[in-house]
Every structure is written in structure tokens, then in C-alpha cells.
Design a binder for this molecule. Structure first.
Ligand code: SIN
Length: 538
């Protein structure tokens, strides 16, 4: 296992950037962390693409908060714990739900245009697993975009924050389990420039890894870079086998797996098979709004029963005017493919959506590498357990992003600057072989989808691990000149962790379903899966 993916860099020869707090990523957790840290520290944000390229920006449904007089935070906590099937950390859930209300009020004060009812009250919708209407949304189905735009504008206006897009963090600068910043790549190919960014504290908020699956709702940036970097630096990761599939993504040949928000079912749409028959009524008391893992399995079973590649979302219970008002983006996107969703059913099937696992953190967002914090999808603080409750992820990013920023700034105040090493790596034998990065990436995504999808079995997982080991031998030996090669290395690493944790968990729970072990085994497995590179090296 390589500790770093860049070889032989003489740190005296590369440009040095210094900051109190380095934030890696540009989704809501990263932006909240940066704003919080900037209250007392200088902050540098690096992000590998444009700042808008994050899961936050594409989030449709919304953000959950128990704001209505008919709701109660205790109900939100209970719903989250139920969806997480015994693996949520209740203290983390409580913190997210209670502090989340304050963060949402702050977003309102900053000007996020949350949708309102005719009378002026905040509009709240229902999503799967929620026992009350508590999902706030903005601009119909463009909630993430509305939030990201507002918060990015605050970041841009903050004199303590510098934002550098197009800078890819290759590895954390670390020494004896202390993080000193990152080594990064600006540009690609011949124009690439290696940067040494030294920070007194570092916040990883680089998002998830669903691009290891062939079919995903995530933008192309979700390649698990932060999880892989933290693992290489010796941080502990938790619950990597729990990957949430979203039940309803557009299934049309040639179209990307565009998310059809759960809020569509929250407004009354129902799932039907090709014959127009509803099937969720027999499966769960919450019917089409059961927790996501349950809806996904029901869809897969319905597809298998009818030998069909997809099922359908039937929006006929929602008046057309309401569809136009609530889901303008979904309506426009489907129209590009000739579907009029005020009349036509939408063909849908599940696709990879969210990593519940990640870099293990405490409630203060600290990891077990000194001066390294993690928040948002890259992290696992324990709020999602084995299955995330819909619309809890923006809330998590808001609450634990702020926590990470405040604590990183505090540690920065107490720490010396300066990376103690001169080179980031001893010379190792470099191999240059002709490698089609795109081809390996495609093969990896197909393999992960087959072995680590909604249903898993020991034999497929073991075969997948052997194949990943084999690819790893020659892909890890390369030093790449552009981010896509480093992304591939990170994807291989995260795929290995998902497959290994899935093989070792011999039960079914939430998003992890083993064919040979169809039931939950509380006595043996009501516990987190913990992995660390250091354990393999003992
Ligand atoms: C959706 O709009 O269905 C996605 C919301 C989420 O994943 O929390």
C-alpha cells in the first residue's frame, strides 16, 4: 500500500502557499467550515473543479429541519435513528437535528430563498422515512443551487478566505500522524504545477465516492479523493460498505442517471410497474415513502418479477400546475428527451447516491490524524448509520462543517507552521506503462456495480477484491501527470475498502444486503466497520 501517490518531490523546489486553515472541497460542508474558520483565521479553499461542481449544488429535494409547529425535533431524531437501522450515533444525530435548526435560520438570514406557501410560511414537503412534513426547498427543485450560490457569495466577500478552483489535492502532507496541509496539482499535463500548501490545520470536505459505480446521481467529481487521501495518511475510516442507492433516477438510453427527487413522491407521485400497478403498498406502511433502502429493494424485486429494466414514477396524482411550480428542472430535463411529466410516466431505477461511511470523526469533526478534520460526505460522524434519512445530508454539512471550521481554527492558533520533511517521498521504482485510464475506470465502475450494488454475495465480493488487487499492482505504480490518473488511484482504493468491508459484514442491514445472510444480526454486527491502513501494516 503506497502512502503517497506523488513520487520524489523536492519540496524546496515547489511553490509554497501558507495558510492557517486549508479546506479541501467546495460543497456546503466546506463552505461552512471556511466561513466558521475565517472568523479568527486565514483560510485557503482548494477545489479540483469549478466551485459549483459539488453534490450540494445539484441537490434537488431539500434540507430537513423540524420547524413546523406540528413537528418536533424528537420526531426528526427518531426518524433518523429508525432509517439508520441501529447504526446511528444518537449524540451526533441529536446535535445535527438541534443545531441544524439554527443553521437553517442563519441561511434564511443570509438570503437563501426558501420557497414559501401563499400565506408566507416556509413551504415544507415530505420525503421517504419522515413522519412529518419537514423538508425545506428552494426554487422548486433547485435547493442545492440556491443554497450554494448564497453561501459562495458570502465566501467570496470574506477577506480572510481565498478560494482556488482547479487545484487538485493529491495527498495530505503528513508526518507521524500529524497533517501539515496538502500537496496539490494545479492544471494538468505539461502545464501542471505542483504546489506545497502548508496549513496549521486542514479540513477535508471533498465529498463522496459514488463515481466508483457505473450508474450514479453524482457529478463526475465524486471520486473519493478525500477518503483515499485520509486512508493513506493513516486515518481511520468507518462503515464503508454502506452506500445508499437513490430509488428513482431517470432511466432512458443515452440520458445520464438524473435524479428524480424523492420530493416528487412526497408531493403524491407513486411507483408503478409497466402495467401501471402500484407495488409499494404491500411492502411497507409508509408505501412509496418508505426508507430508501426498502424502496430500492422493492423496485429491484418488481423489475425481476416482470423481467423489466426499470419501473415508473406516475405523477398523475399531482395537478399539472403544481408539477410545473414544484419541479421546473425535472420537467425541463425530461422534456429534452420527449417526456412531458404532466402526462407521461417517468422510467426510473436506482443508482448510487450517497456514502454513509467515510473518515471517522468525533462530534468535534476531528479525525485520528492530528490537525486533520473532516465533515460532510467524506466523513462518518455517525448521523446516517446504515441508511441515510432523506435530506439529512445538507443539514449534516451545515452543522459539522461549522464545527470543523471552528475547531480547525482553534487548533491552528495552538500549532506551529511548517512541514518537518524536505521531500515527500523516498525514491521508489517508477514504472511507465501504456495505460488507458478511461478503460480501467469503466471496468472498475462495472465491477463495483455488479459486486457492491443493492445485493451482494461473498463470492462476487471476493472475486471483485482479487480483480481490484490485480489492477492496483500496475495502477498504483504509475505517477500520473493529470488529476484523472490520481482519481483512478483513489477510486481503486475506495472500491477496495467498500468491497472488503462488505465481505466482512456477514449480515444484512440498511443499504448493505448480503444474499447469504438476509437478516440483521444484532448480536454479531450491530457495530461499525472500522478500517485503517495502519491495521493492515501491523
Ligand atoms: C432527493 O431530492 O431525492 C435527494 C435528497 C437527498 O438525497 O437527501
Amino acid at each position: 500500500m503506497r502512502e503517497l501517490f506523488l513520487m520524489d518531490v523536492d519540496l524546496r523546489r515547489v511553490p509554497l502557499l501558507e495558510t492557517d486553515v486549508l479546506v479541501i472541497g467546495s460543497g456546503i460542508a466546506a463552505l461552512e467550515a471556511a466561513l466558521a474558520a475565517a472568523e479568527t483565521a486565514s483560510v485557503l479553499i482548494i477545489t479540483k473543479a469549478a466551485p459549483e461542481e459539488s453534490n450540494t449544488f445539484y441537490a434537488q429535494g431539500g434540507v430537513a429541519a423540524s420547524l413546523s409547529p406540528e413537528d418536533d425535533p424528537e420526531k426528526h431524531i427518531r426518524d433518523t435513528l429508525v432509517a439508520g437501522v441501529g447504526l446511528c450515533d444518537e449524540a451526533a444525530v441529536r446535535k445535527m437535528v438541534l443545531e441544524g435548526r439554527e443553521r437553517i435560520r442563519e441561511l434564511m438570514a443570509w438570503g437563501v430563498p426558501f420557497d414559501r406557501e401563499d400565506g408566507g410560511d416556509i413551504a415544507l414537503t415530505l420525503e421517504g422515512g419522515h413522519s412529518s412534513r419537514r423538508v425545506l426547498h428552494a426554487e422548486g427543485d433547485a435547493t442545492g443551487k440556491a443554497i450554494a450560490k448564497t453561501v459562495l457569495a458570502r465566501v467570496a466577500a470574506n477577506p480572510n478566505i481565498t478560494l482556488m478552483p482547479g487545484v487538485f489535492a493529491v495527498d495530505l502532507l503528513h508526518h507521524e500522524r500529524t497533517c501539515y496541509g496538502a500537496i496539490a496539482l494545479e492544471g494538468g499535463g505539461r502545464k501542471r504545477r505542483i504546489l506545497r500548501i502548508e496549513a496549521r490545520a486542514t479540513v477535508l470536505a471533498s465529498g463522496g465516492a459514488c463515481c466508483i459505480y457505473r450508474e450514479t446521481t453524482n457529478p463526475d467529481v465524486a471520486t473519493g479523493d478525500g477518503m483515499a487521501m485520509a486512508y493513506r495518511a493513516g486515518a481511520t475510516l468507518a462503515d464503508m460498505e454502506f452506500v445508499q442507492m437513490h430509488p428513482t433516477t431517470l432511466y432512458l438510453a443515452g440520458a445520464r442517471r438524473f435524479l428524480i427527487s424523492e420530493a416528487v413522491r412526497g408531493e403524491g407521485a407513486v411507483l408503478v410497474n409497466r402495467r401501471g400497478e402500484r407495488f409499494m403498498e404491500k411492502v411497507h406502511p409508509l408505501k412509496d415513502l418508505a426508507p430508501r433502502d426498502i424502496v430500492c429493494r422493492a423496485i429491484m424485486e418488481e423489475m425481476a418479477r416482470g423481467s423489466e429494466p426499470n419501473v415508473y414514477l406516475d405523477l398523475s396524482p399531482i395537478p399539472p400546475a403544481r408539477i410545473r411550480e414544484r419541479f421546473p428542472n425535472i420537467l425541463a430535463l425530461c422534456a429534452q428527451y420527449g417526456l412531458d411529466i404532466t402526462k407521461d410516466r417517468i422510467p426510473v431505477r436506482p443508482a448510487a447516491h450517497y456514502f454513509m461511511g467515510g473518515v471517522r470523526t468525533g462530534l468535534d469533526a476531528s479525525t485520528d490524524v492530528r490537525r486533520l478534520f473532516a465533515c460532510g460526505e467524506v466523513a462518518c460522524v455517525g448521523v446516517h448509520g446504515a441508511n441515510r434519512l432523506a435530506s439529512n445530508s445538507l443539514l449534516e454539512g451545515l452543522v459539522f462543517g461549522r464545527e470543523a471550521g471552528l475547531n480547525a481554527a482553534k487548533i491552528a492558533r495552538e500549532s506551529q507552521a511548517g512541514f518537518p520533511e524536505r521531500t515527500i517521498r523516498r525514491r521508489i521504482e517508477r514504472k511507465r506503462i501504456p495505460l488507458d485510464v478511461e478503460d480501467v475506470r469503466r471496468s472498475l465502475r462495472s465491477l463495483v456495480s455488479r459486486a457492491c450494488g443493492i445485493y451482494r454475495d461473498g463470492e462476487s465480493l471476493a472475486n471483485a477484491i482479487s480483480m481490484l488487487d490485480f489492477w492496483q499492482q500496475y495502477v498504483y505504480a504509475e505517477e500520473f501527470a493529470s488529476p484523472s490518473g490520481f482519481e483512478l488511484q483513489n477510486m481503486l482504493q475506495v472500491a477496495q475498502l467498500v468491497a472488503r468491508c462488505a465481505l466482512s459484514r456477514k449480515e444484512s442491514r440498511g443499504a448493505h444486503q448480503r444474499r447469504e445472510f438476509p437478516n440483521a444480526d444484532d448480536a454479531g454486527w450491530k457495530r461499525h466497520s472500522i478500517v485503517s491502513r495502519l491495521d493492515f501494516e501491523k
